[in-house]
Design a protein around this ligand. Structure first.
Ligand SMILES: C[S@@+](CC[C@H](N)C(=O)[O-])C[C@H]1O[C@@H](n2cnc3c(N)ncnc32)[C@H](O)[C@@H]1O
Length: 196
């Protein structure tokens, strides 16, 4: 899925990578920044999603749709679809533009609003990528895990970069007997949890 990425997706990835790089360098306020995953994390979550069992795929925290494009590659490879949640209107506009320009409308459904209000409506979750504000990680985890299919995967970004802020949640996940979990030191650190 990484060997023949369509030019429309590649161009949009490069465009968003450049904005993200500039945001981080020029002091753009935190909430206005795209705060994207690095490309290696994109490859990692696409591979995880592609290896997940039958069921729905969720992404919590779309921003401008950069990680969404990586997951869309896995959708196209495997014939699956992704539902992605975003809260902020300005990010929603950018994400809609990404979905259109990248030509991934057929595999991505962008849901506007707070993911926590919708997550319990997805009964058989095969894969979930969690990349929102760190304060909501615990609530999102609690909402998704009961609905994960056996063998279903939850991947959460920033497990190393925001280790201190996430410590209570990480301790809870590591002690959760429903899940087998590990922190993978790729990009900003990905918490990888698989439902037993
Ligand atoms: C770190 S950024 C996501 C970056 C994106 N995953 C990427 O790599 O391209 C976090 C995003 O999550 C959104 N967000 C935060 N809390 C949310 C919630 N409860 N529901 C939906 N989106 C949320 C923020 O508005 C922000 O755009």
């Amino acid at each position: 899925m990484f060997h023949s990425i369509r030019p429309a997706i590649l161009d949009r990835m490069r465009f968003l990578e450049e904005i993200d790089r500039r945001d981080r360098a020029d002091g753009t306020p935190r909430l206005a920044r795209l705060r994207q995953i690095p490309p290696e994390t994109g490859r990692f979550i696409a591979l995880l999603a592609a290896a997940s069992p039958a069921g729905s795929w969720l992404e919590i925290g779309t921003s401008a749709g950069y990680s969404t494009m990586w997951l869309a590659l896995a959708c196209e490879q495997t014939g699956r679809t992704l539902t992605t949640f975003e809260l902020l209107p300005e990010k929603i506009l950018l994400a809609r533009e990404t979905i259109r320009l990248a030509g991934i409308e057929g595999v991505v459904d962008l849901v506007e609003g707070d993911a926590r209000e919708c997550l319990r409506g997805y009964p058989r979750v095969a894969f979930c990528f969690l990349d929102a504000e760190k304060e909501v990680y615990g609530d999102c985890y609690d909402a998704v895990v009961p609905n994960l299919a056996p063998g279903g995967i939850l991947a959460a970004d920033n497990a190393v970069s925001h280790e201190a802020a996430l410590q209570p949640m990480l301790e809870k996940v590591m002690a959760d007997a429903r899940m087998d979990s590990v922190i993978v030191p790729i990009g900003k650190g990905v918490l990888l949890s698989r439902k037993r």
